[in-house]
Ligand binder design. Structure first.
Ligand code: CA
Ligand code: CA
Length: 210
């Protein structure tokens, strides 16, 4: 009985000792990993979506789709499709947005994508690739919004043309958005005041933060 107690005590002490020293090592490793991640966040880009799977969700795990101001108003609408014929790069898809803001009523619609509370505090720019459809026509101007739970920042993209263009928007240009630590959504808006063509089609691809 006495021997048994001593063995127990030794085993217990050994377990505590190994537990303690192991814990310290793990903490040191965790800290090193966290330091690396913080440094990395400044230099790497984070892809929101390249649409190359042709399905939802986006690369952040967020839902996406087209939206209408008033779904019952048939004079205005935006339809989203994955487009394998027109894309930035050699393979995959882009997103095609067929919009119509030609209406007797105030009209706006577009495209939305959830950002899953992305922390964009360490990034400088939002980048997206844009191309207008020469056959159907397109607006040279549209609005991009970035949202958090409390704020909405907006920026007007101009100069859209028939070739793929890389649009680089400094995050500080999103007027109205001061805290970028938990972004909830990115929205593209076609409206009857900014649109240079009230009916047309635009392709979007390769959206990322850098
Ligand atoms: Ca693509
Ligand atoms: Ca219409």
């Amino acid at each position: 009985m006495k021997t048994y107690s001593i063995v127990c005590a030794i085993v217990l002490a050994a377990m505590m000792f190994s537990g303690c020293s192991g814990g310290k090592e793990e903490k040191a490793e965790e800290k090193a990993a966290a330091d690396t991640a913080q440094t990395a966040v400044v230099v790497e880009k984070i892809i929101v979506d390249d649409f190359n799977t042709g399905t939802k969700p986006n690369k952040l795990g967020g839902d996406l789709g087209a939206w209408d101001k008033d779904p019952k108003d048939e004079t205005q609408t935006c339809i989203m499709t994955y487009d394998s014929a027109v894309k930035n790069g050699d393979s995959g898809y882009s997103v095609r947005l067929d919009y119509d803001v030609e209406s007797p009523n105030p009209a706006y619609n577009g495209f939305w994508m959830k950002l899953e509370n992305l922390n964009a505090a360490g990034y400088k720019n939002l980048v997206l690739f844009v191309r207008g459809d020469a056959e159907k026509g397109f607006t040279q101007k549209f609005k991009v919004e970035l949202k958090s739970a409390k704020e909405t920042g907006s920026y007007i993209v101009t100069g859209v043309n028939e070739a793929w263009q890389k649009i680089v928007i400094p995050l500080e240009k999103f007027v109205g958005l001061t805290d970028r630590s938990a972004l909830t959504e990115m929205v593209i808006v076609f409206d009857d005041t900014n649109s240079t063509e009230k009916f047309g089609s635009i392709n979007i691809d390769d959206i990322y933060f850098e």
